[in-house]
Design a protein around this ligand. Structure first.
Ligand SMILES: Nc1nc2c(ncn2[C@@H]2O[C@H](COP(=O)(O)OP(=O)(O)OP(=O)(O)O)[C@@H](O)[C@H]2O)c(=O)[nH]1
Ligand SMILES: [Mg+2]
Length: 458
């Protein structure tokens, strides 16, 4: 569908909907400059240079719709690779929609989500990994996710893939040569070097695959449920970490009834903290029981559970039972002994022997930096600031997993002295999976699916 409509002139609001000081309307397509020129008569846009700006009236059938700034980008030096005009207008919702309506009446079509970026891809300005990184950049909400997206827009992942590709093509060329001289029994590359090259490819691919866990952290954040008995200070901890009075705190057991979810940025990583209803065995209150059920559900679905207990009145034996319980359910946890301000040093020392435990005071703000460090240590594996590529996209991950299987086939093939023509087929399969990621191999349906996740106007 997209391929056939690539000659249309498309228009969309690229800034958010709603009132703002200024809004941006973007138009792309061969005829975009001629089309806007008719509605912006004070300047002869068709004669102007690329990358220039003009102030003037946007006029339709004698009505001055707005005083706007028009930016010109001429093919091929634009984001889409096509002639592109950007109109910065006043951010009234009426003006935004009126300008877009007039442009549609004059021959534009409303752009589909991601259609500008898809045109950039189809016109060879970006490969698919870079196009997808544009969407990641827009969605980024931490320094780390923003940096990773920018790295990939600038071609970080693309260059990893092209290095893999070049090495595969080299191996493939050697095999093809051998096939050409099959009757003469020549070996252009000795099998040990061959195996070594493939091993290197497998290692490089594994490094990319392994980064996906960290990529997930960058993209989706880490869910942390704060669980514990009533009155242990769960809501106080949430408030203190957020530095605001988000949840109600009181000394009445059972204060929190429903879960409260808020985000906290620690060292560039997004933690989704969930304050839950205190868990107790015998509540006759229906709402409280529903809250407790929800707490248990959040506990199971979280990346990490902070089990908060009151260090002034919790027997060590109870904690040992809780540790057993978490281990049996394979739940990742940290025991957090709150209210350390109420216990003596010698009582604090009683907890020294228990693993995965930290003592804090949510109310008096004791040891909270240590708690944040432990949160990161327990959940973030790898270096989010590293310059290496971090895979965040499950489409890439799936293709790399398939690549891994095919590379292993090549490796086994060499070890088992598989004939060159069969090895060649396996290598082609590897190149196919790389092509799927970069977009060299794709189809309309797949592109539709990828770009439909973008926002309109991008
Ligand atoms: N001394 C002391 N009191 C604390 C500390 N943290 C919380 N409290 C007090 O403990 C009481 C209960 O605090 P909450 O944060 O409401 O406890 P909760 O675990 O959310 O309780 P529920 O929502 O009922 O499950 C309040 O009176 C808090 O002021 C602490 O570090 N030291
Ligand atoms: Mg609470």
């Amino acid at each position: 569908m997209f391929f056939s409509q690539n000659t249309d002139t498309i228009v969309a609001l690229s800034s958010p909907k709603g009132i703002g000081a200024i809004s941006l309307i973007r138009i792309s397509g061969t005829n975009s400059i001629a089309l806007v020129d008719r509605l912006f008569p004070s300047k002869k846009l068709l004669n102007k240079d690329s990358h220039t700006l003009y102030v003037g009236s946007f006029i339709f059938e004698g009505e001055i719709i707005d005083e706007v700034v028009v930016s010109l980008y001429k093919t091929p030096k634009s984001f889409t690779g096509e002639n592109t005009v950007e109109i910065s207008c006043h951010g009234s919702t009426y003006i935004q929609s009126r300008i877009i309506d007039v442009l549609i009446e004059s021959g534009c079509r409303l752009a589909k989500p991601g259609e500008f970026t898809m045109r950039a891809f189809l016109n060879g300005k970006l490969d698919l990994t870079q196009a997808e990184a544009v969407a990641d950049l827009i969605e980024s909400n931490t320094l780390a996710s923003k940096n990773n997206a920018i790295r990939n827009i600038r071609g970080g992942f693309k260059s990893d893939l092209s290095s893999l590709r070049q090495r595969l093509v080299h191996i493939s060329a050697m095999i093809e040569l051998e096939l050409d001289f099959a009757t003469e029994d020549v070996e252009f590359i000795d099998r040990t070097t061959f195996i070594h090259l493939v091993d290197e490819l497998i290692l490089a691919n594994n490094a990319l695959l392994n980064s996906f866990k960290l990529g997930n952290v960058l993209k989706n954040g880490i869910q942390v449920a704060i669980i514990g008995k009533p009155n242990t200070g769960k809501s106080t901890l949430l408030n203190t970490l957020l530095n605001e009075n988000r949840a109600i705190v009181s000394d009445i057991a059972g204060t929190t009834r429903d879960t409260i979810e808020e985000v906290l940025n620690i060292n560039g990583v997004l933690f989704r903290l969930i304050d839950t209803a205190g868990i107790r065995d015998h509540s006759i209150d229906l709402i409280e029981n529903l809250g407790i059920e929800k707490s248990l559900e959040k506990m199971k679905n979280s990346d990490l559970v902070l089990y908060l207990f009151d260090s002034s009145n919790t027997p060590i034996d109870d904690l040992l039972l809780i540790i057993d319980d978490f281990n049996q359910q394979a739940i990742k946890f940290l025991l957090v002994g709150n209210k350390v301000d109420c216990i003596s040093i010698s009582d604090q020392n009683l907890y020294n022997e228990i693993p995965n435990l930290i003592l804090i005071s949510a109310k008096s703000k004791i040891n909270l930096d240590n708690l944040k460090d432990r949160l990161v240590e327990l959940t973030v594996e790898g270096d989010i600031d590293s310059e290496s590529t971090i895979i965040t996209n499950s489409r890439h991950y799936e293709a790399l997993k398939n690549l891994s299987v095919s590379l292993t086939d090549v490796q086994m093939g060499i070890k088992n002295n598989l004939p060159g023509d069969l090895l060649s087929l396996d290598i082609r399969q590897c190149l196919y999976y790389l092509g799927l990621i970069t977009g060299e191999i794709t189809n309309e349906e797949q592109l539709d699916l990828i770009f439909s996740k973008f926002c309109i106007g991008k």
